[in-house]
Design a binder for this molecule. Structure first.
Ligand code: ZN
Length: 134
């Protein structure tokens, strides 16, 4: 039931629109009405849903996160990537989207973003689609 999507990021901080890949898993599942659950099994990357029409929204998200959580600060974590852990927690590690008539029922301007904060890396996202197949 759980599928894995691979995401390769190219920079330290990067929002990757994974809406199409998640939507493809919904289609493959055959579920007509239910819920799609997206889980990020990492500690320095997260997932969020936000606007995918104007790229300035993602730009504003990343620059504001960088201002709130600077890369170097009063952190104790010895790995040196505390800002990435904090930013990932701010975004969260899961998202749930209704599935209606076999499709992700996102709002008109919404997209699902994988949020990289300690790239570049090869990452994985778990996707589960639950519900009635009719
Ligand atoms: Zn760390």
């Amino acid at each position: 039931m759980w599928k894995t999507i691979s995401v390769t990021t190219g920079t330290r901080v990067q929002f990757v629109d994974i809406t199409a890949q998640v939507g493809a898993e919904v289609a493959k599942s055959g579920v007509k009405n239910g819920i799609c659950y997206v889980f990020v099994p990492h500690t320095t990357a997260g997932v969020t849903i936000n606007e995918n029409a104007d790229p300035d929204v993602v730009r504003d998200l990343t620059t504001t996160l960088a201002r709130i959580v600077p890369e170097h600060g009063d952190y104790h974590h010895s790995e040196g990537n505390s800002d990435a852990h904090l930013k990932a927690s701010f975004m969260g590690f899961h998202a749930a989207v209704p599935v209606i008539d076999g499709r992700l029922a996102l709002g008109t301007w919404q997209g699902i973003y994988f949020c990289e904060f300690d790239g570049p890396r090869r990452r994985h996202v778990k996707v589960g689609v639950m519900g009635e197949k009719e």
